[in-house]
Design a protein around this ligand. Sequence first.
Ligand code: GLN
Length: 199
Amino acid sequence: MVKVGVLALQGDYLEHYQLLRSLSGVEAVPVKHPRELEGVDALVIPGGESTTIGLLVRKKGLEEPLKQFAGEGKPILATCAGAILLAREVVDRTVGETGQYTLGLMDIAVVRNAYGRQRDSFIASVTLKDIGEVKAAFIRAPIIARAYGSAEIIGFLDDPTLGRHGVAARQGNMYAVTFHPEITGDIKLYKHIIQQAGR
Ligand code: GLN
C-alpha cells in the first residue's frame, strides 16, 4: 500500500481524495495537521485559492513539516493553486514580483489568473515529458512563466494571446501543474507519483 496524503485545508481536496481512493494499492488520507503527514509516502496539494491555502498552511503549523516532507525526496503533485504555493516567485506582468507568500520549494515563477476572463476555464490535452498525454481542466489557472535552477518545464500549451507557455514543471520529486487532473479524472499523474513513492 502506498499512503498518499491530500492537503485538505481549502479548495477541491475532496475530488483528489475520491480519485485516489478509487485506485488500487493506494491508501488516501486527508492532511490538515502536521501529525497527519506521518507515514505519508506522497502528497497531493489541490487547487483552490492560493493566498488562503498559504495562510492556512502557516496557521496550522504546516510550513516546516511540508518543507521537510519535500526535502526527504517524497513525491509531491501540486495542482493549480498548489503549484502557486510551491513556486519561488509569483509575478504579475505589470507589477513584477508580487510578494505573495509561498513555500518557495520549486525554482519557478508563476503568473496567477493568466488567461483572463475570455478563457477563465477550458479543457485541453497536454503532453507531459515522461508522463504522456493528460486531459487537463484549466480553471482561473496560472501559467509557469519561467523555470530555473533544477526546475524544468515539462508541459506547454500554445495560446493566441500568451504564445507558448509552461503548464507543468518538475524539480526532482516535485511536480507543479497549473491545471486540474482530478476534474477530468485523468489518473496518469497520480500513477506517476505513486510509482515514484513505491520505489
Ligand atoms: N486562481 C487561483 C489562485 O490564484 C487558482 C485557481 C485554481 O486553483 N483553480 O489562487
